[in-house]
Design a protein around this ligand. Sequence first.
Ligand code: GTP
Ligand code: MG
Length: 315
Amino acid sequence: MDLEELPGVGPAIAEKLREGGFNSLEAIAVASPAELVAAAEIGESTAAKIINSARDAADIGGFETGDKILERRKEVGKLTSGSQSLDALLGGGIETRSLTEFYGEFGSGKTQIAHQLAVNVQLPLDKGGLNGSAIIIDTENTFRPERIKDMAEGVELDYGEVLNNLHIARAYNSNHQILLVDKAEKLAEELKETEKPVRLMIIDSATAHFRSEYVGRGTLADRQQKINKHLHDALRFGDLNNAVIMITNQVMARPDAFFGDPTRPIGGHVLGHTATFRLYLRKSKGEKRIARLVDSPNLPEAEAVFSVSSVGIRD
Ligand code: GTP
Ligand code: MG
């Protein structure tokens, strides 16, 4: 069913909705009226009507029995990190339809893991991949094709092909970053029926722009609200495309900490509630890194050791 077939949606409104990233019935069904009002310049009640018809047509949004959810959980894919111990920490790999946050200090391996996942997602299922392509939102200009080459060779994939299946956008500020998730939705829609549908979206770093743009206490609530919405958009992308959402986050010093680790992730609680898996990375000796699973819906808090080697992430 096309958007145009929804009552109240003509070609002009459909066009605006698509431009705003609402390019499927599912995307509209889970939108809020305010989002549609902003995207399509329509009234609140029209927006509500459109959402309701999309919900009926897309058959989502109601209660489900547990066995249906179990059935859908079976569709959840698991992407290998390249390290068996890190995969085991996450119950077999990084899950699709979830948001996984890696946070830690500089050099702890966040960007290296991002690169590795962008390569591994292209592997077939029996090798721990998802046979898909990746979208990378690069906010710090740290994407390096040279590093992709090392990692592609490390898993015996053709470097040229691997690069072809990576879609990278540099985000220049937080608003641009937010907009890129909309664009990602359009790109994913275009690639949906191809050999390599999008199965991974990376936002590296998810918080750096927000942190530098929103300075001072007065703007903190505003910043949190923006980050919150941004990450929910990302999570929705993961759900609609059965994709892994990987975000990175820095830590900041916590001068008031007397016990435990004197750092904490930026974004605090909002990010904590949105991320379904949170991993805290620390540097260890040489190439070794320690990952601690801090928060997960169904796994115990535990640690794993992995390394950042010349061919990528390994045990
Ligand atoms: P920030 O973005 O600065 O917060 O850090 P990050 O957590 O993203 O760190 P990143 O993933 O960039 O890790 C950088 C570390 O990875 C370096 O200090 C190296 O130890 C390692 N690394 C990067 N490139 C290579 C490489 O080509 N070979 C090897 N063996 N290690 C590398
Ligand atoms: Mg980095």
